[in-house]
Design a protein around this ligand. Structure first.
Ligand code: PGA
Ligand code: ZN
Length: 418
């Protein structure tokens, strides 16, 4: 009954106007579609996103990946039981035969993996988050606290901010709807303040829907966010997160930060002071992906007050998480399915991180589609946190709106910030 009748991939565009892959899976119950996001500040240990090269779409076409689904994967998977996610994902890895999935492409493989998961939910007559629950063994679904990236810098914006993301975390919300409203009102307050103080160019948006003002240093956006929170009436109820994405400003032993070459040690002191001075509860990729010692030293100092999140550091890879657990390099995982290439491997990464008592934040990519899968993923595993960009742009609010729908239709509880 839950047999895969056919798979079909096509090339579509992501939110930056670059090609990505969409996969349709057909069973007796109908057709479902899944699409794959794409990063700009990608970690060097991520699985390989297969791009065509050449002139077409500046080399970013995905027609090879599409062909790999339509000609290789579709034939092999025809007739499989879509509810057997682990077996499907193992077969995909075996077909690819490489560690980083460069033969078939992690983008091709993830599109198929997610399409099968959606098909299985449809066959079983359950929402996707419930299917994710059964795959992950979670006992209770939980709506994630949304983490809103409202000031964009780094590789996501045309300004000079070195840190990539300045985020609002509505820790004081009781329901998802309330968290969303708190975020949206603060986002609009911030917009007014930016326009008044810096002129209308300051309210241009970056890739994830946050504002991309030309500010002079990292403290200015932090102070602006705190002022916006206060004016919106949410003092103490919204805390801050920063994604430094430090691999992007690291080169040959030094961090090139705000016009100076800074050592790992000096950067550690800067972070320690920031967390001391401001209500920052989440700090992501404060050091480069290979600076495990920098991560470990900082986690030891601030780890009780503030989660230290590994994104490029961990790339949702079980091996890299094990290594980081051993070195006590961080205490939270950023969970991005496309960094590893199958749903099963992403769920394994989640399990390993939670066994180590780490926090887990599910995440979008800077190049997104309207697929709301990660909203179901975060809810189904009950990890408690989801970052999906600002409170604007369709591909970002698609995730938040899906969570509103889940809250209303399934009466789910919002996670609390622990
Ligand atoms: P990316 O950014 O999708 O461009 O990698 C998101 C992040 O760094 O968390
Ligand atoms: Zn990141």
């Amino acid at each position: 009954m839950s047999k895969l009748l056919s798979l079909h991939a096509r090339e579509i565009l992501d939110s930056r106007g670059n090609p990505t892959i969409e996969v349709a899976a057909t069973t007796q119950y109908g057709v479902v579609q899944a699409s794959v996001p794409s990063g700009a500040s990608t970690g060097k240990y991520e699985a390989c996103e297969l791009r065509d090269g050449g002139k077409r779409y500046n080399g970013l076409g995905v027609l090879h990946a599409v062909k790999n689904v339509n000609q290789i994967i579709a034939r092999k998977l025809k007739g499989v039981d879509v509810t057997k996610q682990v077996a499907i994902d193992q077969l995909l890895c075996k077909l690819d035969k490489t560690n980083d999935k460069h033969r078939l492409g992690a983008n091709a493989i993830l599109g198929v993996s997610l399409a099968c998961a959606k098909a299985a939910a449809l066959c079983n007559g359950i929402p996707i988050f419930k299917h994710v629950m059964s795959l992950s063994g979670a006992k209770k679904p939980l709506l994630p606290i949304p983490v809103f990236n409202v000031i964009n810098g780094g590789a996501h914006a045309g300004n000079d901010l070195d840190f990539q993301e300045f985020m609002l975390i509505p820790v004081g919300a009781k329901t998802f709807g309330e968290a969303l409203q708190m975020g949206a009102q603060t986002y609009h307050m911030l917009k007014n303040m930016l326009r008044e103080s810096y002129g209308k160019t300051a309210i241009n948006l970056g890739d994830e829907g946050g504002f991309a003002p030309q500010l002079k240093d990292h403290r200015e956006p932090i102070k602006l966010l705190l002022a916006a929170i206060e004016h919106a009436g949410y003092d103490g109820k919204i805390k801050l997160g920063i994604d430094c994405a430090a691999s992007q400003f690291y080169q040959k032993g030094l961090y090139h930060f705000e016009g100076r070459g800074v050592s790992s040690e000096a950067l550690k002191n800067l972070y320690t002071d920031l967390v001391e001075e401001f209500p920052i509860v989440s700090l992501e990729d404060p050091f480069s992906e290979d600076d495990l010692d920098g991560f470990a030293d900082l986690t030891q100092i601030i780890g009780k007050k503030c989660q230290v999140v590994g994104d490029d550091l961990l790339t949702t890879s079980v091996q890299r998480i094990h290594k980081a657990v051993q070195k006590r390099a961080c205490n939270a995982l950023l969970l991005k399915p496309n960094q590893v290439g199958t749903l099963t491997e992403a769920l394994e990464a989640y399990q390993v991180a939670s066994k180590a008592n780490w926090k887990v934040m599910a995440s979008h990519r800077s190049g997104e589609t309207n697929d709301p899968f990660i909203a179901h993923l975060a809810t189904g595993i009950g990890c408690g946190q989801l970052k999906a960009g600002a409170l604007a742009r369709g591909e970002r609010v698609a995730k938040y709106n899906e969570l509103l729908y889940l809250e209303e239709c399934y009466h789910l509880r919002l996670a609390s910030w622990r």
